[in-house]
Design a protein around this ligand. Structure first.
Ligand code: ATP
Length: 503
């Protein structure tokens, strides 16, 4: 696996996985563009998730809701009031920080002083930050007294009182931009699922338990975007809202934890690299009864969240439903006189209308891509002493499945045959097959090792009957990315050979 974030960033840029957004204009912080190989890898991750969670299950429906949502949807979801991160400014440098990030980045002795001042353990940054937010005036003093430093200037900071900062992006809708004409870019895909609950139930006749899955962009105006695509302002999420009868929620929560760990394993992210954090009660989001955070051991960063699996009780549908008073909700919800829909479903046993509980496995595509890349990344010394960088991606995730390489670029018979083989393989629907006619086979192998292409198929003079061994006519060489073994296979058997290994 990768040892540092640096080597991943460098590979991503060099080989066309990820670029900084609007780079030629100086870049935009917290935004990234996925390049030719990045888009393939990202699509493959999303497809793997969709296949496992929608197609291969009998209790799931898919959805693709709009990104811009009604302001009332995000008011009743609780985001207008509570989707805040604590923010502080350095009065001198005018740099702005997320409070918990700022204290987390301090030297151990400084961090210990801050934590001691609020009677919390230095490991528990979320709690330290929360205690500081409860007493903003005192918090500013604590930061100064402890000698909290500005990450940019390195100087001991002069800090403002921390204050909540709402992370939702707003945008105006329609030709008149006034107080009332705005909507929000969704900060999570989940709300699009909740507001469509009734539509999906009515159109599919689903009964409990069942889920709705969605993959899509979400936007958060992060105060300190950082660590490459780990924390960005425009991200993509893969979310499931799984609806269950109250009382069965804890069992389903365990089911989903198991399913999701298995999925990560299938993507090449092993269980030993993930710590399942049972989020302590006082760190839980207000809607959650229990949450498991899957913390992957990122290079440089250390353990940080790739997925959250939350038991959200009846909070979400309870918040968006009309007629809340008669529904016997267990969650504390804001009064809703705006919704026109009753978000109930018959209880599987009593048949009486009930607001279901929700189990939510929510994963970030960008963080998944980073974890997958990090696990796949290997530096190896070959027998001949040469070093190579190789991405040992699972074949179903590889951006390029097969590179077809004519041994010489200036020999039309080799190039034409390679082109025909490429076109035939492309029709198998395995993913991207690349015609690699750069002419230098050594370089081609190195490049394809570095971008994780599982197989290179070489068309040489033997293939076209002009080599020394006539028995090799109409055969090609297949080179295996991981073992470097080379095998001679008949062109006629190529489709079957590759399909068996790539599907
Ligand atoms: P964090 O504590 O790291 O800010 P979070 O707990 O707010 O994350 P959730 O709201 O649980 O994150 O979002 C679910 C998933 O979406 C996360 O596990 C992560 O994979 C992804 N995600 C959230 N925020 C970002 C971001 N700014 N950039 C990239 N991915 C993100």
């Amino acid at each position: 696996p990768a040892q540092t974030m640096e080597e991943l960033v460098s590979l991503c840029k060099r080989r066309g996985f990820i670029f900084q957004s609007s780079e030629i204009y100086g870049g935009l912080q917290g935004f990234y563009d996925y390049g030719p190989l990045g888009v393939e890898l990202k699509n493959n991750i999303k497809n793997a998730w969709w296949r496992a969670n929608v197609h291969e299950r009998d209790d799931m429906e898919g959805l693709d809701a709009s990104i811009i949502m009604h302001r009332l949807a995000l008011r009743h979801s609780g985001h207008e009031a509570t989707f805040n991160d604590p923010m502080v400014d350095n009065k001198k440098t005018k740099k702005r920080y997320r409070l918990d990030h700022l204290i987390k980045d301090q030297k151990a002795d400084v961090l210990a002083k801050v934590a001691a001042a609020v009677n919390e353990a230095p490991e528990n940054i979320a709690a330290v930050s929360a205690r500081l937010m409860e007493q903003p005036a005192r918090a500013a003093e604590i930061l100064v007294e402890a000698g909290v430093r500005d990450a940019f200037s390195g100087e001991v900071g002069e800090w403002t009182e921390p204050r909540p900062f709402n992370m939702m992006f707003k945008t105006s809708i329609g030709p008149v931009a006034d107080e009332d004409s705005f909507g929000y870019l969704r900060p999570e895909t989940a709300q699009g699922i909740f507001v469509n609950f009734k539509n999906v139930v009515d159109s599919t006749s689903r009964r409990l338990p069942f889920g709705i899955a969605q993959i899509g962009k979400a936007f958060r105006n992060e105060i300190t975007p950082r660590n490459f695509v780990f924390r960005v302002r425009e991200m993509e999420q893969m979310e499931i809202e799984f609806f269950v009868a109250p009382g069965t929620d804890e069992e389903w929560h365990e089911h989903w934890l198991e399913q999701r760990l298995k999925w990560w394993e299938d993507q090449g992210v092993p269980r030993q690299k993930i710590i399942v954090e049972d989020v302590p009660a006082d760190d839980l989001a207000h809607y959650s009864k229990r949450t498991y955070d899957l913390m992957y051991d990122f290079p440089t960063l250390g353990h940080d969240e790739i997925e959250g699996i939350a038991n959200r009780t009846d909070f979400d549908l309870g918040s968006h439903t009309k007629g809340q008073a008669e529904l016997g909700l267990t969650a504390q919800v804001m009064e809703n006189s705006d919704s026109v829909a009753k978000l109930t479903i018959p209880h599987p046993e009593t048949n009486k209308p009930v607001v279901p509980f929700v189990i939510e496995p929510s994963a970030g595509v960008d963080r998944a891509l980073l974890a997958v890349l990090s696990e796949a990344y290997h530096k190896e010394t070959l027998e001949n002493g040469n070093e190579r960088t190789v991405l040992k991606l699972r074949p179903h995730l590889a951006p390029i499945k097969v590179a077809v390489i004519p041994l010489a670029r200036n020999k039309p018979e080799l190039v034409d045959l390679a082109r025909r083989i490429k076109a035939d393989l492309q029709r198998l629907g395995l993913g991207r097959i690349l015609l690699e006619d750069s002419g230098n086979i050594g370089k081609a192998y190195r490049r394809h090792d570095e971008v994780g292409t599982p197989y290179c198929v070489t068309v040489d003079f033997d293939t076209v009957g002009k080599g020394e061994d006539a028995s090799l006519t109409d055969t090609v060489t297949i080179r295996d990315r991981d073992t470097l073994a080379q095998e001679r296979v008949a062109i006629a058997d190529l489709a079957e050979w590759l399909t068996a290994r790539l599907r």
